[in-house]
Design a protein around this ligand. Structure first.
Ligand code: ADP
Length: 782
């Protein structure tokens, strides 16, 4: 390369194509080089201690410029300093040396070089002193106006411009220090006669000042609310300004965005913020990361249903009909929902009514919520909260965060497409909180009618009015809902279904639905009653009907295959055929103790899938009084076992037990594995009965089941989940259930079928429990 610093006649230089920047001789400036070819050119020039040639591109967006993309005049410059930034970006400080014409561009694939010819910066033509003086005055005048828009402009710059008497120095002072459009600067670079240069500069500054004045005017006007005429004025001017800065296409796109912002039903403060963002977008190169972020942001905002409301059309009769049509049974639930809707009819503006549908999985919570939305004529959206542990899940990430999105609430609104939808917050009891912030406090804000008219999502930044939306939540376990959230909700319990209810739900809802989904006609597939009962009894064990629905879907699928394959025209599934379709029975009838045994008691537990019958076993072994507890009750069981042992010691003699048993006998207590019960202590009576039986050798009646917490003095305390527990007992064919006397009032909730078939014994103390549970003598005679 001949471009040695010392041989000024050399004329090939490493070259950097500049986007939106123009250098001048004697001007010191810095720029960032990011493109590989630019970085390579600078690196090679540095290595060879050579100057570089800086020339502007016509269009900033061209990535790989050819000769035709570059202006014909540039500047040969000295590299003063280079700073390497991450991602192979270089910050380069240069000082222009002389002006040069581009003769030939050489692209070797790695970097650009240019053959150039030096040209004088200023022509030697004579300057008319009067003309020059007049021009200088004009330029200074307009510069003064220009400076008034930049309060931060250095005072020295201002005063040196105003006092300058040399036309060239005046020109350089202004051009090198002011932020003029690069096309204007290029025109100035290409000119050599100082009088012409000053005239062009005067024109540029004048137009710049006009734009600035206009922008100011527009900003003032937007602050006072904008009426339609002003809006058009604003838009047209904005368009003109943008068009001057960008190409036509981008300007039009930006114009469309601004016009949409003007049409949004949104408060003026938010509109102003959005306009500012659009403005910023218009000024950024479209391929930049920041432009991408802002564009994505504005697109998301414009996609939200601001002020879009569906007309509520609510009549109680219709709502009742919808609920009745979609769901079998659930009498109480439907009544409570109709009450809720009645309030909405009388006072559509009512706020802060939030229903929580609580119950085990598959009992119809989601589907009831959908029916409510349908009955209220609202769009429906579901937000799953299970396992949400980060506040940002609810409230979104700031838009500058990589891959940022709005939170789940705003996303639901977007999906619903209306600002007054019914939003279902599923599994609100499964919200977790940890170091990443507490999502439940964000949920509080969503649900709180005092605050949610201006809900703030971190991503969308401007407030969104959620106050017209209806919220419904669901939970499996109400006790796991954070207290402050629970306080705001009205809990409606959906209980587990009896086998009869499941049968009706299957016949009237699940089977017709599955037939339709699988494209089958009722004439093509018949699942008879025996088969339905077989599935309920031996293929599912659940409080709700989810597995049942899946089994029905599986039957339909297999039948559809037969029919489509031409194997059969129509299929009938009877009880005896079920195993051909679904495989062998998955569950045995029940786990209950079938004969009166020593040390085995039917306990009743309440788990997240409903009630279960849980036989509890106690074995006595010769030893030194150790107690071993195994099975699914864990720590709570250990506590209860200590109370039980103490109580048994206090009544040992009455049942013929050696009062010293606690030093001579080891006890092993076992509860079979299964779902973990929600109320551990309720196994107290069961454990005591099993202990007394094991130690005394008196068998326990196998047709009796029990539940209840105990105190040291043998009192029986009330328990939860009576409905589910008694249902489990009923299903297992138990005849007598012992429950705490204080639970008597809860019998009202117990299913009628259960009440008809089971005799209840209300125990106040353990003596009454043992009286009814133990056989009268050691042979098992009752
Ligand atoms: P959850 O939300 O409580 O887990 P889903 O609403 O998802 O339960 O219910 C599971 C399936 O059972 C759905 O297809 C639903 O329509 C159906 N289902 C539940 N309960 C009933 C009912 N009482 N009548 C008709 N279908 C029901």
């Amino acid at each position: 390369m001949k471009s040695d610093k010392n041989t000024e006649n050399s004329n090939v230089f490493y070259t950097v194509a500049m986007r939106g920047l123009v250098a001048f001789p004697k001007m010191v400036m810095h720029f960032d080089a990011a493109r590989d070819k630019s970085v390579a050119a600078i690196e090679r020039a540095l290595k060879e201690n050579a100057r570089i040639f800086l020339v502007a591109q016509h269009e900033a967006y061209v990535d790989n410029p050819k000769a035709s993309d570059l202006y014909k005049v540039g500047v040969v410059a000295e590299i003063r300093q280079v700073l390497k930034l991450p991602d192979n970006v270089m910050k380069v400080l240069v000082e222009g040396v002389y002006k040069a014409n581009l003769l030939r561009l050489i692209d070797d694939g790695k970097c650009l070089k240019a053959e150039v010819k030096r040209t004088p910066t200023y022509s030697r033509a004579k300057v008319d002193a009067v003309e020059s003086e007049a021009l200088m005055r004009s330029v200074k005048d307009v510069f003064e106006r220009y400076a008034s828009f930049f309060p931060k402009m250095p005072k020295e710059l201002f005063s040196s411009v105003m006092t300058e008497e040399d036309p060239i120095k005046l020109f350089e002072n202004i051009v090198y220090n002011c932020n003029l459009n690069y096309r204007d600067k290029q025109t100035l670079l290409e000119e050599t006669h100082i009088i012409n240069m000053l005239s062009i500069l005067f024109a540029c500054l004048t137009s710049e000042v006009e734009i600035l004045e206009l922008e100011n005017l527009i900003n003032e006007q937007t602050q006072n609310s904008i009426d339609k005429g002003q809006k058009e004025f604003y838009l047209r001017e904005q368009l003109r300004v943008i068009q001057e800065q960008l190409g036509e296409d981008e300007a039009e796109e930006n114009f469309a965005i601004i016009s949409k912002i003007m049409d949004l039903k949104i408060d003026e403060k938010s509109r102003e913020k959005l306009l500012k963002e659009a403005d910023k977008l218009g000024k950024l190169p479209p391929s930049s990361q920041e432009a991408f972020v802002i564009k994505n942001y504005l697109d998301t905002i414009l996609d939200l249903p601001w002020g879009k409301y569906t007309k509520a059309k609510l009549s109680l009769d219709k709502a009742a009909a919808v609920l009745e049509k979609d769901h079998y049974g659930l009498k109480k639930v439907k009544e409570r929902i109709l009450e809720f809707l009645a309030v909405h009819i009388l006072n559509p503006e009512i706020k802060g009514q939030i229903i929580c549908l609580a119950g085990p999985p598959g009992v119809g919570k989601t589907s009831v919520a959908k029916s409510i939305a349908h009955a209220m004529g609202r769009k429906y959206a579901r937000v799953s909260l299970g396992g949400v542990r980060d506040e940002a899940d609810i409230r979104g990430h700031r838009k500058t965060y990589v891959g940022a999105m709005p939170g789940r609430v705003i996303t639901a609104i977007q999906q619903a497409g209306s600002a007054n939808p019914l939003i279902l917050f599923d599994e609100i009891d499964k919200l977790c909180s940890d170091i990443k912030g507490d999502p439940s406090s964000a949920m509080l804000e969503v649900l709180d009618s005092e605050q949610n008219n201006a809900f703030r999502d971190h991503f969308i930044e401007v407030p969104f009015d959620l106050s017209k939306a209806v919220f419904i939540t669901t939970a499996n376990n109400v006790s796991a809902i954070p207290g402050p959230l629970l306080d705001r909700m009205e809990v409606i319990e959906l209980p587990s279904y009896t086998a009869e209810e499941k049968f009706h739900i299957a016949k009237e809802h699940l089977i017709p639905k599955q037939l339709k989904e699988h494209g089958l006609k009722t004439s093509q597939l018949k699942i008879d009653d025996g088969a339905v009962n077989e599935v309920i009894q031996y293929y599912t064990r659940e409080a709700g009907v989810r597995t049942l629905e899946r089994c029905m879907a599986s039957l339909c699928r297999k039948a559809a295959k037969k029919i489509a394959g031409g194997e059969a025209k129509r299929v009938t599934i009877k009880q005896k055929d079920v195993h051909n379709y679904l495989g062998i029975r998955k569950y045995l009838a029940d786990l209950s103790s079938k004969s009166d045994q020593v040390g085995v008691v039917n306990g009743l537990a309440w788990t997240s899938v409903g009630g279960v019958l849980m036989p509890l076993e106690v074995l006595t072994l010769k030893g030194s009084g150790k107690i071993e507890v195994t099975g699914s009750l864990g720590d709570v069981m250990k506590e209860s076992s200590k109370i039980a042992v103490s109580y048994v010691r206090s009544v040992a003699e009455k049942y013929g037990i050696d009062p010293e048993f606690n030093t001579k006998t080891d006890l092993h207590i076992h509860a079979p594995e299964g779902a973990v019960p929600k109320d551990g202590p309720s196994a107290g009576v069961t454990m005591t009965t099993a202990l007394v039986s094991a130690l005394s050798g008196i068998p326990v009646r196998s047709d009796v089941a029990m539940t209840g917490e105990i105190t040291l003095h043998g009192k029986v305390l009330p328990i939860g989940g009576l409905r589910e527990k008694t249902m489990a007992a009923y299903k297992a064919g138990i005849k007598t259930v012992i429950i705490p006397v204080d639970n008597k009032s809860d019998l009202e909730e117990v299913d009628d079928a259960v009440k008809e078939n089971i005799q209840f014994i209300f125990a106040e103390n353990l003596e009454q429990v043992l009286e009814n549970a133990l056989c009268k003598d050691k042979e098992g005679d009752k």
